[in-house]
Design a protein around this ligand. Structure first.
Ligand SMILES: Cc1cc2nc3c(=O)[nH]c(=O)nc-3n(C[C@H](O)[C@H](O)[C@H](O)COP(=O)(O)OP(=O)(O)OC[C@H]3O[C@@H](n4cnc5c(N)ncnc54)[C@H](O)[C@@H]3O)c2cc1C
Length: 265
């Protein structure tokens, strides 16, 4: 993070920019005076998997989707109750201590009968993480053509056009519903001679199988399709993935000259 930007849209006109997050001369001097370590930005999307991995390596049993609901303390320790949020399961956990690391509205704190004082609800903030993939030139060209087509649709619709700012719209500018999108997609597949048994999500499978077939490593494919780990990619796209265990053989062939060399000897 370096600056605060005021923009008309994410890729749009930059209206103003101000130094922030410790980058202005005055604040940067404060930080430098406070520690010999330089400042480092680390987004939550990068930091959290690192913390999670380190905690698991040290033996922590971390369960997502479970909610702490109550505790009972006795002379020897504490019994906590946790519920599976998307299911019926309930577990009790016996421990010497309970640490309330459950945020500003800590239920652990409440159940332990502890209170806090001081001002609260000081400000509202939200983090939004955008993943942006570079578009293939073919897609950029198609979008440019579509931009021209859409301008023609806008002109044809006249005063009926509603400017939603969306890229893909009906002929009057309003958002497309799921069903017409599926139908349009099937029309395109039929025209391409592929039949109508396809849905837009199959494009994702095609993307994965084309990359895999071209020899891309599964870790890279996982990053491109936005999976947190290649394990998910392997599970969901089992049929599309070509085993990428060819690298070893390819290196050996390059080093030792392949089959012709063996036959020559
Ligand atoms: C938009 C935004 C941006 C921020 N940016 C920065 C920044 O750049 N730098 C910085 O240092 N700080 C930043 N902060 C502040 C920082 O995120 C918080 O101070 C910090 O996360 C608090 O940590 P915590 O562990 O106390 O609580 P939390 O991070 O809130 O963690 C509490 C966890 O407990 C879980 N939990 C809650 N109730 C239960 C329950 N009953 N059972 C089981 N689990 C439960 C929650 O799901 C959550 O995972 C930001 C905060 C926000 C909202």
């Amino acid at each position: 993070m370096a600056s605060n930007l005021w923009v008309t849209t994410l890729a749009g006109l930059e209206v103003a920019r101000s130094e922030t997050w410790g980058t202005s001369a005055e604040r940067a001097a404060d930080y430098r005076a406070a520690s010999p370590e330089p400042m480092a930005n680390c987004p939550q999307t990068v930091l959290e998997p690192m913390l999670l991995g380190a905690a698991r390596d040290m033996g922590a049993d971390i369960r997502f989707g479970w909610e702490f609901t109550g505790l009972a303390q006795d002379r020897d320790g504490v019994t906590s109750v946790i519920h599976e949020r998307d299911g019926e399961a309930t577990l009790t956990v016996r421990s010497q201590y309970v640490v309330g690391a459950d945020g500003a509205r800590s239920r652990v704190l409440g159940r332990a009968g502890l209170t806090v004082d001081g001002p609260d609800d000081l400000a509202r903030a939200a983090n939004i993480w955008f993943r942006a993939l570079k578009l293939a030139q073919m897609a950029v060209g198609a979008l440019r053509e579509w931009q021209a087509d859409q301008a023609a649709e806008w002109e044809a619709a006249g005063s009926r056009w509603q400017d939603t700012g969306l890229v893909f719209t009906t002929a009057t500018g309003t958002p497309l519903a799921a069903r017409p999108i599926r139908k349009m997609f099937q029309d395109v597949c039929e025209r391409a001679g592929l039949g109508r048994d396809w849905a837009p999500r199959d494009l994702r499978h095609t993307f994965v199988s084309l990359l895999s077939d071209d020899g891309m490593a599964i870790e890279k494919i996982a990053r491109l399709v936005g999976h947190a780990s290649s394990h998910i990619t392997e599970t969901v796209y089992r049929q599309e993935l070509r085993p990428v265990l060819q690298d070893g053989a390819e290196v050996m062939d390059r080093l030792f000259g392949g089959v012709n060399n063996v036959l020559a000897e």
